[in-house]
Design a protein around this ligand. Sequence first.
Ligand code: NAD
Ligand code: DAU
Length: 332
Amino acid sequence: MKLLVTGGAGFIGSNFIRLVLSRHDDYQVINLDKLTYAGNLDNLKDIEDDERYRFVRGDICDAEVVDEVMAGVDAVVNFAAESHVDRSIGGPADFIQTDVFGTHVLLEAAKRHRVERFLQISTDEVYGSIEEGSFTEEDRLEPSSPYSASKAGGDMQVMAYHTTFGLPTLITRSSNNFGPYQHPEKLIPLFITNALADRELPLYGDGTNVRDWIYVVDNCEAIDLVLHQGEVGQIYNIGGGNERSNITITRMILELLGKPESLIKRVRDRPGHDFRYSIDCSKLESLGWEPSHSFEDALRETVDWYVNNDWWWRKLRDQEFEEYYRRHYQGS
Ligand code: NAD
Ligand code: DAU
């Protein structure tokens, strides 16, 4: 199978490419990535010389490049997106451009090239917040942030191409991923790398917001399953079944690192901050999936990975990142 992976130099996409190459000997993977601030070829250093793998630097909004890389491709997995909620609040335009328009460009090319499967990587954030119970794939979309609204816009395009043109589409909506190669702007790697430097951990609001956490490898295994065994036209929720409040996660990280709770600093809340995410994954489970990592073990391994791989994250915590950090948390 010849697979086009977009956004494969990011966190989940790079973990997915690694998984695909390790599981499917005869697959070829093309990775189309723009290399925004979030794209990083260091994420794929161990497989860059694999002859089954090819990297192309390009934008999914560029119809010409997309058309070229789509030639002869059997399946597309679209990870490419602007992915950070806080940045979408500061500047939504790039989110609409990539997450909505970029998805449209990919769909058009997939239709023209008659790809056999188009898998859109989406998020549980499109459903919005839920106080009690869990969202199923049938629930209506109620995104709260410019990020989740742009992802919902992408999902809608994908569904429309299935309904109108019969494109064989699939969508996965996963909960919060964590693990190796996650950019230090996100909660878990930010708090690990801050704590390692004895810097404050900026916890939004009262820290009671709840997220469902999934180890990135478990998500990638589920994506691989949906790609091969999912029913076209369907949406699959992918959750870890690990709902934890942010303050709980923060305390676990500090304990694993042997750092004091005095590092926690309560800061101004995120505008429109969704209180709780929760998804029902029975549809995916009916395909035979269950996560294979326990949350506690995976968090410990993740903390160890950041401790042992400062060569990877120190480069990302550069001057540009520190300026973003100062601007974002200023006055909190
Ligand atoms: P990420 O920010 O780490 O990586 C995104 C990648 O997309 C980067 O390599 C970036 O260079 C690339 N990219 C951005 N704009 C592009 C463009 N216009 N053309 C080509 N490449 C472009 O994101 P991630 O956390 O790995 O998330 C991957 C996907 O999974 C996203 O679609 C995101 O919405 C979704 N998702 C993420 C999570 C999570 O917890 N991280 C959970 C659910 C869903
Ligand atoms: O639910 C899936 C989504 O998870 C993905 O679609 C997004 O791409 C991904 O970024 C993630 O979104 P969140 O907003 O949930 O993740 P983030 O790591 O930014 O924040 C997790 C929680 O931690 C959230 O409640 C906000 C809080 N937080 C975050 C940061 C960066 C803090 O309290 N302080 C912080 O500095």
